[in-house]
Design a protein around this ligand. Sequence first.
Ligand SMILES: Cc1cc2nc3c(=O)[nH]c(=O)nc-3n(C[C@H](O)[C@H](O)[C@H](O)COP(=O)(O)O)c2cc1C
Length: 329
Amino acid sequence: MEDLHFYRRLSIAPMLDYTDRHERYFLRMLSRNILLYSEMITAPALLHGEPERFLRHHPAEHPVALQLGGSHPQNLALCAKMGEDAGYSEINLNCGCPSDRVQSGSFGACLMKEAALVGECISAMQAAVKIPVTIKTRIGIDHDDSWEFFLDFIETTGRAGCDTYIIHARKAWLKGLSPKENREVPPLNYEFVFRLKALKPHLNISINGGVRTLAQTKELLQKLDGVMIGREAYENPWMLREADAEIYGKENPGWKTRKQLLEAFFPYVEEQLKDGCPLNIITRHLFGLFNGLPGARTYRRILSEKASKAGADLRVLKEAMNAVEEQVL
Ligand SMILES: Cc1cc2nc3c(=O)[nH]c(=O)nc-3n(C[C@H](O)[C@H](O)[C@H](O)COP(=O)(O)O)c2cc1C
């Protein structure tokens, strides 16, 4: 297996309610190399909930990183160990999510104001596991949006042992903006990220925010170690089909059509249905697959009307797929 930094050249962002194990399995079919991230799992949920359910993933997903939310060093260390034992390749600490729910638990973006505490969390987790422990963060929060503030956060956590950062290149407002607005309203500032890499070339730096194409990814990789894509990969997964060749210099999986890809996903869907998973839990991730093709709207309508009905099975997905007209490339 290659070094994790190789796979990190292109990663898929952690997205709550989106990047669950079904979505990750599906994206893995589009690229054997992209680094996948779990949804954020909070330390209290993992320690007091059902860890097997939260940590469950398919061996085919690898390499896959577990993102944790929390700010209690010892609890995070316990969770990191649980993640390592479950087979994850990396533990990532969320220092970038601005939702109210997250702030009340004192984790996510508000941790940018507590760099020393984040450093303690990193050290505790690193002492507990052998796999890499990384940070995903913003470039600032509220009025703390200067270069000096950002650099101090990186240097403080760096001294604690973190050497790999994924940076969502916009600041977050902790009050007044919804999480969705916080992904759109504060302007992107890639310059801060370029400047950081130029100043600290020994750090592994991935950039995140607003990347929509493999061409853009390749351009950013001229200056940085990695690019993380969130919404575009979710809404338009087909954009990843040539990632293995374009980004990694490897062979693409070679899907000729989206239908061919979807058909290859059917056995997984059947396996999950047999295991008691409702169809719509899987198909909700497939809405964007045929975007732009004739029949895509009917495809989505069939899925939204029928996939959540009791007993819905693969026939619904096939019926939806058959509504799409697709040319062979
Ligand atoms: C629905 C949704 C859920 C998200 N959940 C998380 C999360 O659990 N942890 C996290 O660090 N970021 C989360 N994010 C932020 C993304 O990881 C990413 O930083 C952001 O979407 C910007 O990247 P993009 O422009 O490529 O989408 C979420 C984003 C979306 C759209």
